[in-house]
Each structure stands twice: as structure tokens, then as C-alpha cells.
Design a protein around this ligand. Structure first.
Ligand SMILES: Cc1cc2nc3c(=O)[nH]c(=O)nc-3n(C[C@H](O)[C@H](O)[C@H](O)COP(=O)(O)OP(=O)(O)OC[C@H]3O[C@@H](n4cnc5c(N)ncnc54)[C@H](O)[C@@H]3O)c2cc1C
Length: 274
């Protein structure tokens, strides 16, 4: 073992308490930090790392914190929903680990993909692709308890990848202000993407969901192609959209919502994973 490797492994400060396979190449990891990390809010992410056995370098990546509904486990344990990217750097190492193995966990809650001040007139739409459902699981109960209406939409390739579907469906049964819309693209049924629910008015026409800048906040997490993040001209503030009919373009142009920024609060919140 090189000195560099030894050093970065010395930085390991968390243990994998449990790994729960969800689908092929998709697992829930429950991490136990050596010391609890303060300041957690719904939507936060953490950074974890493993030493690359060849270079000895610590490879770090961000992961949204997730949350199983009704979980009774120690609140200091951190739940992550992670997909294996075979050509990636960190996840092939991660998916070789077993329970009890150690890794690096930056002892800080990170990110600004956080809920606004909620009120009973609000309607919150949580839209994700793939593992992007993770931060929405940490927001879900808070939103359902505080807001008039919550829509949780998630789009995955195969239904086995709907990691929390059973829990969400059971929870929705007792909470009529929650609408759960799981979408699956590769099982032969009609392919419907999240963006189309907005651009084609499906949410309004089929589900009676009104979208307007006064009452609606939309959270979008996961694949940048779904989110459709615009470029902003620094001088004029004009937005240009490389991805046509992405979610953000529709929310701005059709519904009059604006992108949330720390100094200019808006109703569109997004977290892109790559
Ligand atoms: C704020 C933030 C939070 C994130 N949270 C999560 C999370 O909760 N779960 C999770 O699995 N990933 C999450 N990611 C992505 C994660 O950080 C890594 O990029 C991913 O695990 C791949 O790492 P890697 O080193 O194996 O691959 P890399 O060498 O980093 O390869 C990156 C490539 O992998 C693909 N990729 C990355 N993330 C995903 C994904 N989630 N689904 C499908 N393809 C992907 C893309 O093609 C991307 O270009 C998050 C990213 C950000 C910025």
C-alpha cells in the first residue's frame, strides 16, 4: 500500500451499516458516520469517497440524502440511493463493498436544493428521473403535512427501479393531498416523460393540477435532459435553452414560473446529477 493510499484510507470516517439491493445495479446504502453530522435539512446532499486502488487517490462524489418513509432507524444513519455506473470511477468501487466496510464521508451537510417556507395554500411538485427521487423522499412528509397539494412524479427505466413505490403508495392512501405518478419508459407501455406532463398540459387535464407562480413550487432532480437548464446571458439576463421543451423552459414560458436563486426567490428549484 502506498503512503498516499494509507493516508486517504486513514481519512475513512464512516461505516456501511446496511446495503439493500433494489434492482440490478441499484442499491440503498445506509451509512453510519463515526460522529453525527449536524444541520441536516430536507434536500441536503453529502460527499463520500473511496481510495482508488491504482492511483491511491481519494475519489469523491456527491449523493443526495434519501429517506424511507416510516423508517425507525437511528436518525444519525444516512440513507443513499445509488445506481452503479459501470464506466464510472467511484460507483464500481462502491458496489464491491459489503456491510461493515469503511469509507470517507465529508462531515458537512451540503447544497441549496431546499424547501421554501411552506404554507397551506401551496402546491409542491417533486419531479425526478432515476435516483433523483432521493432528495424528494426527504421532503415528502414535510410537504404533505404543510401544503394543500403535493405531486410526486418519478421516471425510471424499469418498474423494479421504483425503490420507494410501495411505501409511497401506502402513504398516499392515507393522504389524499398526495398524488403519486410513477413513470416507466422501457417496459413496452406508452412512454411518457415528465416534461410532457407540463408541456402537453397532462397534469392539468388528467389530474386537475393547477400550476401558477403564486401557489406552485416545482422541484426537479436527476437527468439534466429532463430539467433542461438554460444558459443565462450575464449582461442581459436573457435565457437560452439548448434542450427544447425541457421542464424549465415550459415552466417559465407556459406557466410564468421563475428559477429560484438565493437573492431572487423563484418557484423552480433544480438539482442536476451530471
Ligand atoms: C448534488 C448531486 C447529488 C447526487 N446524488 C446522487 C444520488 O443520490 N444517487 C446517485 O446514484 N447519483 C447521484 N449523483 C451522481 C453521483 O455524484 C455520481 O456522479 C455518480 O454516482 C457516478 O459516479 P462515478 O464516479 O461512478 O461515475 P463518473 O465517472 O462520475 O461518471 C459520471 C457519469 O455517470 C452517469 N451518471 C451519474 N450519476 C448518475 C445517476 N444518478 N443515474 C444515472 N447515470 C448517472 C452520467 O452519464 C455521468 O456523466 C449526484 C450528483 C450530484 C451533483
Amino acid at each position: 500500500m502506498s503512503t498516499e493510499t494509507a493516508k486517504s484510507k486513514d481519512a475513512y470516517n464512516a461505516t456501511i451499516a446496511r446495503i439493500t439491493p433494489v434492482a440490478d445495479g441499484l442499491s440503498l446504502f445506509l451509512l453510519e458516520p463515526d460522529r453525527p453530522i449536524d444541520g441536516r435539512l430536507p434536500g441536503h446532499y453529502v460527499s463520500i469517497g473511496l481510495t482508488d486502488p491504482d492511483s491511491g487517490k481519494l475519489i469523491r462524489r456527491p449523493y443526495s440524502l434519501s429517506q424511507s418513509l416510516g423508517s425507525t432507524c437511528d436518525p444519525n444513519l444516512l440513507e443513499l440511493l445509488i445506481i452503479h455506473v459501470p464506466e464510472g470511477e467511484l460507483t464500481p468501487l462502491l458496489f464491491n463493498l459489503t456491510e461493515g466496510d469503511r469509507l470517507f464521508l465529508r462531515p458537512k451537510m451540503l447544497g441549496s436544493y431546499l424547501l421554501p417556507k411552506l404554507d397551506p395554500d401551496m402546491s409542491i411538485i417533486l419531479a425526478s428521473t432515476g435516483t433523483g427521487v432521493a432528495p424528494h423522499m426527504t421532503m415528502l412528509e414535510t410537504c404533505v403535512e404543510a401544503c394543500r397539494q403535493v405531486v410526486l412524479m418519478e421516471c425510471v427505466r424499469y418498474s423494479a427501479e421504483l425503490a420507494y413505490a410501495n411505501q409511497i403508495q401506502a402513504y398516499a392512501t392515507g393522504h389524499p393531498n398526495l398524488l403519486y405518478l410513477p413513470l416507466v419508459t422501457r417496459e413496452g407501455g406508452p412512454k411518457r416523460y415528465i416534461q410532457e406532463f407540463f408541456s402537453e398540459g397532462i397534469l392539468e387535464q388528467e389530474h386537475g393540477i393547477q400550476i401558477d407562480a403564486t401557489h406552485t413550487h416545482v422541484f426537479a432532480c436527476g437527468n439534466p435532459a429532463m430539467i433542461g437548464i438554460p444558459r443565462e446571458d450575464r449582461k442581459t439576463g436573457a435565457l437560452s435553452f439548448e434542450i427544447q421543451n425541457g421542464l424549465i423552459e415550459t415552466l417559465i414560458q407556459k406557466y410564468g414560473l421563475s428559477i429560484h436563486k438565493p437573492r431572487r426567490p423563484g418557484e423552480i428549484h433544480f438539482e442536476k446529477y451530471w
